[in-house]
Write a new protein. Structure first.
Length: 422
């Protein structure tokens, strides 16, 4: 008897305290604990055995003793697992089964279930995958949320779960979402899980790949800057009378004394006569033929370039001396016109590429990163995907393809480019 009482007291320490709101969770553990100790006969049956009398048989005596012991210890366990604040309001009864029924009636478990359903639904619809854990753990957690909702009477269809998972994916999975939306078949949870695990592995392998495109103009300017810094540093170390010596002004263009090359009027006239040259560095991949209806992000280009007319509101021909565009392979191609180009992205937003050059001989349509930066755009690159923002507004995105980033364009806009130029 003493051992049974000790077991009940020890079990009470591992059962969740009943606070008036957690009836389902608390009494589920109580039933399990009593079942393990073979003390649940008093809460499983409504029939109370007859009181022992002189005429009672041995089986009737044994049954009553078993029920009485179960009833007494069950009541003790339930009272031990109650919060002190609600004990005074608990029903007064000496039968364990009746005690459970009255607690269920006066508890607020239904209100608690509604609150739990609300919090679970909110988490299911707003949860996002943030790369802090494997995608498999993320999918398992969302599946567990649906299972918990089902036990509370809120059934969530499998296709809804699939859509909630797709909505929880970050921008890095944008191409995966596009591919899913374009196919006719609908995936179930197991198929989606398998596909996402493969896609996660691919994206994690690509996250270390970075396209470093450096323009010759920016490189030369940086060299000039570093050279000037070195000269200034050397000058700072000059001591004594030498620091007062002024350098003679001599132009290395016209060889005249009295001005420097940058202020030379003959050099300025020479540039005006020759015409203004646009120069930028094109990555070697830009020399390879690609579909006409694609646009590419180029960090080395000093201006936007299009080799198709579709998208220009109008094209202004280049006047005056011939204008040329210098490519990264040291060749030059003629500029046929210049105007604003309206680029429509996959989100439906558009970007007006001001001063876009029309160069038919260029193999790719290029968007200059430096020009976008001047317009106030910001570009974020991660895991093979770039995103384009302006004043915290999301304009569009693109994916890494053949070592360059390709814009995700509006489907109708992209199709119109292909049809016009093909």
């Amino acid at each position: 008897m003493l051992a049974a009482s000790s077991n009940v007291f020890a079990s009470a320490n591992y059962v969740v305290k009943f606070n008036g709101l957690n009836y389902g969770e608390g009494f589920e553990q109580i039933r399990f604990t009593l079942g393990v100790m073979a003390l649940d006969s008093a809460i499983l049956t409504d029939e109370e055995p007859s009181v022992i009398t002189v005429d009672s048989s041995e089986s009737e005596k044994s049954r009553y003793e078993r029920w009485e012991r179960s009833n007494r210890l069950s009541l003790n366990l339930m009272r031990l697992t109650m919060a002190e604040s609600i004990k005074p309001s608990m029903p007064k009864t000496e039968k364990a089964r009746e005690f459970i029924e009255k607690i269920k009636e006066c508890s607020q478990s239904e209100l608690a279930d509604k609150s739990i359903v609300g919090s679970l639904m909110n988490e299911l619809t707003t949860k996002k995958f943030d790369w802090s854990q494997p995608i498999q753990d993320h999918l398992t957690h969302m599946s567990n949320l649906v299972a918990n909702l089902t036990t509370l009477g809120m059934e969530v269809h499998e296709q809804f779960l699939v859509q909630f998972i797709m909505n929880s994916l970050p921008l890095e999975f944008s191409q995966f979402q596009v591919n899913y939306n374009t196919i006719k078949d609908k995936w179930n949870f197991k198929e989606l899980k398998s596909m996402l695990i493969q896609e996660e592995g691919r994206l994690r392998k690509m996250k270390d790949q970075v396209a470093n495109l450096v323009g010759l103009e920016s490189a030369s300017s940086s060299n000039r800057t570093s050279s000037r810094k070195d000269k200034r540093n050397v000058k700072n170390f000059v001591k004594g009378p030498q620091s007062q010596i002024q350098k003679e002004k001599k132009c290395f263009f016209c060889k005249q004394v009295g001005h420097f090359k940058k202020n030379c009027p003959k050099r300025k006239d020479w540039f005006d006569k020759k015409g203004k040259h646009y120069s930028f560095v094109c990555y070697e991949m830009n020399l390879v033929e690609v579909p006409n209806n694609t646009w590419w992000l180029d960090s080395g280009a000093t201006t936007h370039v299009s080799h198709i007319k579709q998208g220009f509101s109008s094209i202004q021909p280049i006047r005056g001396p011939e204008q040329y565009l210098f490519m990264g392979n040291r060749t030059k191609v003629q500029i046929e016109g210049i105007r604003t180009y309206r680029l429509i992205l996959g989100t439906g937003s558009h970007v007006d590429l001001e001063g876009c050059l029309y160069v038919h001989e260029c193999a790719r349509n290029l968007v200059s990163v430096s020009r976008l930066d001047n317009l106030g755009f910001s570009i974020k690159v991660a895991h093979g995907v770039f995103t384009l923002y302006r004043n915290d507004y999301f304009y569009g995105s693109g994916i890494l393809f053949d070592s360059l980033y390709k814009f995700n364009l509006d489907a109708k806009f992209s199709e119109s480019l292909f049809n016009v130029e093909s």
